[in-house]
Design a protein around this ligand. Sequence first.
Ligand code: A2P
Length: 340
Amino acid sequence: TAPRIAIVGATGVVGTTLAGLIEDRGFRYREVHLVASARSAGRTLTVEGREYVVEDLEGFDFSNVDLAFFSAGGSISEKYAPAAVEQGALVIDNTSAFRMDPDTPLVVPQVNAHELDKRPVSGIIANPNCSTIPLVRLLQTVERRWGIRQAVVSTYQAASGQGNGGITELHEATRATLQDPDDPGPSERFHPSLSFNVIPSIDRMLESGFTFEEQKMLQESRKILGLPHLDVTTTCVRVPVINSHSEAAWIECQNVVDREELVRLLTELPEVTVHDKDAHGAFPTPRTAGDPNHVHVGRIRVAPHNPRGFWLWIVADNVRIGAALNALQIAEALTDRGVV
Ligand code: A2P
């Protein structure tokens, strides 16, 4: 029978997108609970044309839930996900709280769905970082064919990565600057203001001088691909885009790469759109990429002076590919396997 599900963070950007995807993809469930903070408890939200009253996470009983999606922030997951597991729910967690826990699988279904064959020891399945997901979906096939020596990646990450509050702040800050060029506008979610700016710092700064976001891309890629020594190094940058992350990736392989074969292998990947058919040098952008449920890749260039290396330009909807859709595809894989 179909699972009873809960969406924790139901009022947020990932939660509302997840509810929409559940409808679009016809994911079957027996009951759905929409859960958020006391601030929104009592509000009503619609899923598949039916109204539901938002419930307060504090005191919410997970014993009537088979599958709980958490996207309310890391500290909320740390506090409430273990309790949900204790009460019998299987948790799919969108935050970084449990990703590197050895008893918690870190899953991108197109890459390592085998991790979903059985219920995890921790009772939690972690959804990877939003920039890591599209990257590993492309790196796996490159690793298998040519072997990766090193990947150097710069990201161009959208405001929606900071939730609805991030989107609102970018709007407000931009409006303020348009009125007065010296006014950077509000700067609570983004420091300094993201208005007409780019910020090479996402999540907290670590002792190493890398940010936590940059560390996540390295550690998570290694775990998902099962390559503990994979050399991925990144600079993560916030840009004034509302939604969809972009990445410029330089990938150097152990062997010489044939561009035509590379294009063909990428084209064959599931739910990947290669922007190369009409013209070499074609490219997706956050505004124009097309199907938001696909990873988009273009600017595919093997370097003439070093044909072991090539560049990719990648665009993927961070809220869908990087969070809600990946989480739902984990749930679909679990129900297909009869794990829930
Ligand atoms: P609420 O709307 O009640 O604050 P976003 O990523 O768009 O910022 O959304 C964050 C989500 O996490 C929202 O659904 C928000 O609910 C929820 N959330 C934030 N803090 C808590 C909390 N302390 N308890 C439960 N849900 C929370």
